[in-house]
Design a protein around this ligand. Structure first.
Ligand code: ATP
Ligand code: MG
Length: 253
């Protein structure tokens, strides 16, 4: 168990008669990026809520950083952070004030310094003293992720970190997530985008009709598809490639 950050076995959850999770099993290795893929309503947020102690499962077990989520929720909470599907930033405060507030709530010694460092790391220094209500979607998302890093959690949950962002902002968020993992943080993210999982994840699991129907590395998953047929067709650029070409930015990976 020493290298396991998350272990889930036989997890079940219903909302009244709606049986959302029908026995989910998964494991996430420490220091890795794990992507949970699934369409709208598959139950991704439900899993994140159970793992972050915001919701109780009906049956099955889940262990996070060695602590059982049902038996030791306080220990779990101390070792994780969550960036929920909907931004948790305070609109009326400035970016800097949001960060300082969280640093104070976490009893850190030097909240102003912590805020300055994160503003710098997330490219928000110029906007630091503006109210968040004037931020773009990408800026809010970056601030939200920055806030969840305060106190250096070992494990971070990102529920659809790039939904609704433009391609440039998505790439920025991807960069931040990769940096986190390079520094040893375990990342559990949910997404509806295959390319996002492809870009980021060491392992990918697909949640469908209440169960994990595929789980592995990208190359494991590619093997599940029939061998590629050779066809001669003109390759059309993706909208994302066109967009990035027009705004003059090349993908940085
Ligand atoms: N509090 C609740 N009460 C009743 N039903 C709920 C509740 N929360 C979620 N559901 C339902 O459970 C199912 C799974 O929801 P969940 O939010 O986990 O899906 P998701 O995979 O995160 O979807 P999305 O991609 O849209 O975020 C959906 O059908 C949803 O309507
Ligand atoms: Mg969701």
């Amino acid at each position: 168990m020493k290298d396991t950050a998350i272990q889930v076995k036989g997890l079940q959850k219903s909302y009244k008669q709606l049986h959302v999770l029908k026995g989910v099993d998964l494991e996430v290795e420490k220091g890795s990026i794990f992507a949970l893929l699934g369409s709208n309503g598959a139950g991704k947020t439900t899993i994140v809520k159970i793992l972050t102690t915001l919701l109780k499962q009906d049956s099955g077990t889940a262990t996070v950083n060695g602590f059982d989520v049902a038996a030791k929720p306080d220990n779990v909470r101390q070792s994780i952070s969550l960036t929920g599907q909907f931004a948790a930033v305070d609109e009326i405060l400035t970016g800097r004030e949001n960060l300082i507030m969280i640093a104070k709530l976490r009893y850190l010694k030097n909240p102003r310094q912590v805020a300055d460092d994160l503003l710098n790391r997330f490219g928000l220094t110029d906007a630091a003293d503006r109210r968040v209500s004037t931020y773009s979607g990408g800026m809010r998302r970056r601030l939200d992720i920055a806030m969840s890093l305060i106190g250096k959690p070992q494990l971070i949950f990102l529920d659809e970190p790039t939904t609704g962002l433009d391609p440039e902002a998505r790439i920025e968020v991807w960069k931040v997530v990769k940096e986190l993992a390079n520094k040893g943080t375990t990342v559990f993210l949910t997404t509806q985008y295959l390319d996002e999982a492809e870009q980021l994840a060491d392992r990918i699991a697909i949640l469908h009709e209440g169960k994990i129907i595929a789980n592995g590395t990208l190359s494991d998953l590619k093997k599940l598809f029939p061998p590629a047929k050779v066809e001669y067709v003109e390759k059309q650029p993706s909208l994302e490639e066109i967009f990035l070409a027009i705004i003059g930015k090349k993908e940085e990976q």
